[in-house]
Design a binder for this molecule. Structure first.
Ligand code: LLP
Length: 415
């Protein structure tokens, strides 16, 4: 399930690096990413498209560490951004702005200007108000902005309700039935050119038939738009492919999924774009943490660790399951415990009612499948410095973001 993470003589490793050594040298809590796993997943997408014109636009929001972005940029990967801050990171990491698409429902004027000046590929637009705003800014800059409408296909992606986006009552996109009229009205904007149609129906989708259903609807829309003389040259099918967080989840294969997309798009004179995030970085990362204490309540046993909901919010926010692996397997008997952090909230847990062995005080454990939406959603709640981030490449590892200090916590504040 977790590929490059495995036990060698009962010591948990990432690629060729035993993780206990990383935890001791870099401290805990600490995120560790496998460079090899990230590149493998990117290449699985890229090669499955073969000779079909395509751009894999990695969704930066999933993991925006500069070293991760730089690695992908060197491979020729494109990027899906949702803020000026993400664009800044992509450019710092050496990403090619001509392979960047800008998504999101609330782009500000400053962000639009920054994106246009940087020469991004296209905007994925979500409202007519936004079209007018981009037209205005492009006019001021004396340039033409390329756009796709992000359409809402009214397809139900089976996933957690917070990360499903393709139903009519979600805030995302423009109703697909309205889209032809919006493209027609957009013709009046002098500084815009309609170049694509985009769509993203949700995240952590294990049964990708919903994505294919959305793709079929989008491709039918494109046919109609072309018949009306609108020169669509690309289709952006979003991200969303899920990963296996626990044994029972069967993760879809990237190559199979892309093959299905290829069959639908081939021969239509379209460049395909996709925006995968989780399926590129999710299984490539773990969060290392140390057991501080154990304690019992009348009905529960708790394992208290030094990572908390501020470091990894997924378990409490989405009831997400992350496997917990001891870094040194001793073969002790498993007990059913709650793994909790030091934050002052009952919602501060990493795992509940979990059978766990080898987690005595001082033991190190890895919270698995934490490469996507882990560090990026970390906060300083309870004035906890955010963890370090480490990148493993083969048998080498290095810190790619230092642990925050107490001084970092008060930067920008005044007495
Ligand atoms: N494109 C757009 C427009 C998106 O909104 C997203 C994710 C993606 C691409 C990438 O989707 P992916 O391939 O990673 O599924 N924090 C949540 C996930 C939120 C996803 C938001 N949008 C979590 O931890 O599960």
């Amino acid at each position: 399930m977790e590929g490059v993470f495995s036990y060698v003589n009962d010591h948990y490793q990432c690629e060729g690096v035993p993780l206990a050594g990383v935890a001791e040298a870099a401290g805990t809590p600490c995120y560790v990413y496998s460079g090899g796993a990230i590149l493998d997943a990117y290449r699985a997408y890229d090669s499955a498209f073969g000779d079909l014109p395509h751009v894999v636009c990695y969704a930066v929001k999933a993991n925006s560490n500069l070293a991760v972005l730089a690695m992908l940029a060197r491979e020729g990967c494109g990027f899906d951004i949702v803020s000026g801050g993400e664009l800044f990171r992509v450019l710092k990491a050496g990403g090619d702005p001509a392979r960047v698409v800008f998504s999101g429902v609330g782009k500000t004027r400053a962000e639009i200007e920054y994106a246009l000046k940087s020469g991004i590929q296209a905007f994925n637009c979500e409202s007519e108000g936004e079209l007018a705003e981009i037209d205005h800014v492009a006019g001021e800059l004396g340039t033409t902005a390329r756009f796709s409408l992000r359409v809402n296909p009214d397809v139900n992606a089976v996933t957690h309700p917070y990360i499903s986006t393709g139903l009519r009552d979600h805030k995302f996109g423009i109703d697909i039935a309205e889209a032809p009229a919006v493209y027609q009205r957009a013709r009046r904007f002098q500084n815009l050119r309609a170049s694509g149609v985009s769509c993203h129906i949700g995240s952590q989708i294990l049964d990708y038939s919903s994505i294919l259903e959305a793709a079929d609807k989008v491709l039918a829309l494109i046919e109609g738009l072309r018949a009306d003389g609108i020169g669509i040259d690309h289709v952006d099918l979003g991200g969303g492919l899920g990963i296996s967080y626990k044994g029972a989840d069967k993760a879809p294969g990237i190559a199979d999924f892309v093959q299905q997309l290829r069959e639908r798009v081939a021969g239509k004179g379209l460049t395909v774009m996709i925006e995968p995030g989780r399926s590129i970085v999710g299984q490539a990362g773990v969060l290392l943490t140390k057991v501080l204490y154990r304690k019992n309540s009348p009905s529960k046993e708790f394992v208290i660790v030094d990572a908390a909901m501020n470091d990894l919010i997924r378990p409490t926010l989405y009831q997400a399951h992350h496997e917990i692996r001891p870094l040194h397997r001793l073969g002790g008997g498993a007990k059913v415990v709650d793994v909790v952090g030091p934050v002052c909230e009952t919602g501060d847990f990493l795992a509940r009612d979990r059978a766990l062995a080898d987690a005595e005080p001082g033991a190190l454990v890895a919270v698995a499948s934490a490469g996507a939406y882990g560090f990026v959603q970390a906060s300083n709640y309870n004035s906890r410095p955010r963890p370090a981030e480490v990148l493993v490449e083969g048998s080498h590892w290095r810190v790619v973001r230092t642990r925050e200090t107490y001084e970092n916590l008060i930067e920008g504040e005044c007495l």
